[in-house]
Design a protein around this ligand. Structure first.
Ligand SMILES: Nc1ncnc2c1ncn2[C@@H]1O[C@H](COP(=O)(O)OP(=O)(O)O)[C@@H](O)[C@H]1O
Ligand SMILES: [Mg+2]
Length: 231
């Protein structure tokens, strides 16, 4: 289980996160929602150790992660797919995947085959350069790469942004499948409400650096949406 308690963080002295608390239990897909600029990405960066908190704690299965560098957090079990897709455009799909394995020091090349089962389109395009893939295919490649680090928790930052609806559905199905396999929980930062309703188990909504609503996804009703999500 990933847990954040009372997490606060600032950029250049201006407070961005104000006591964020959330949990990602085992076998669950948790949606972190909220309008632009409320602190969702900063929350993920704080979890990964890319932003140092002013106060509060990040724990993974009871182990405190505060003070650990991002690479140590990755080894501890956090897989991170940042907003936008940071794949290597000049490397092939296969090379993009291999690099993730090598960087992580994994020996089992069967892992690539297992991850490719989740993304048939990547299997078809192994020899294509990352840069020529569609946005949706690049997003799938970025998720596949994160999975190769064998995470306990997958952190995804707006994976549907700028992606065609049919690919969004495929990505959603894949995330649910990953979660249902039971080994990986997912924290999904997402502004696309219908996607959250389709794939999420529970939600948190942030506003101005704090969690303002939370609950099971079935409790995400129109009043909450009107109050915190519509512009
Ligand atoms: N590197 C940065 N330096 C200064 N301010 C930043 C930086 N990154 C984000 N911010 C500001 O922090 C706030 C929260 O940003 P962010 O976490 O990216 O929000 P979200 O992901 O919810 O859209 C915004 O006001 C944004 O302008
Ligand atoms: Mg963001």
């Amino acid at each position: 289980m990933l847990a954040l308690s009372d997490l606060s963080a600032s950029y250049d002295g201006s407070r961005i996160l104000r006591g964020v608390g959330l949990v990602v239990p085992p076998k669950s897909l948790v949606c972190l929602m909220g309008r632009n600029g409320v602190g969702k990405t900063t929350t993920l960066k704080s979890i990964m150790g890319l932003v140092a908190p002013d106060s509060g704690q990040v724990t993974l299965d009871g182990k405190v992660l505060n003070g650990l560098k991002p690479d140590a957090r990755a080894r501890a079990g956090l897989g991170y797919v940042p907003q936008g897709r940071d794949i290597f455009p000049h490397l092939t799909v296969w090379e993009n995947l291999r690099i993730s394995l090598v960087v992580h020091g994994a020996k089992d090349s069967g892992q690539v085959d297992r991850v490719l089962e989740l993304f048939p389109i990547l299997k078809e395009f192994l020899q294509r350069k990352g840069g020529v893939l569609s946005g949706g295919q690049q997003q799938q490649l970025a998720i596949a790469r994160a999975l190769l680090t064998d995470p306990k928790i997958l952190l995804l930052d707006e994976p549907t942004e700028g992606i065609q609806p049919n690919i969004i559905d495929q990505i959603g199905d894949t995330l649910v499948k990953i979660k249902n396999e039971g080994k990986i929980s997912i924290l999904l930062v997402e502004q696309y409400l219908d996607f959250c309703l389709a794939v999420g188990d529970s939600f948190y909504i942030m506003d101005r650096g704090a969690v303002v609503a939370e609950g099971p996804i079935s409790g995400l009703d129109d009043d909450i949406v009107k109050a915190h999500l519509t512009v």
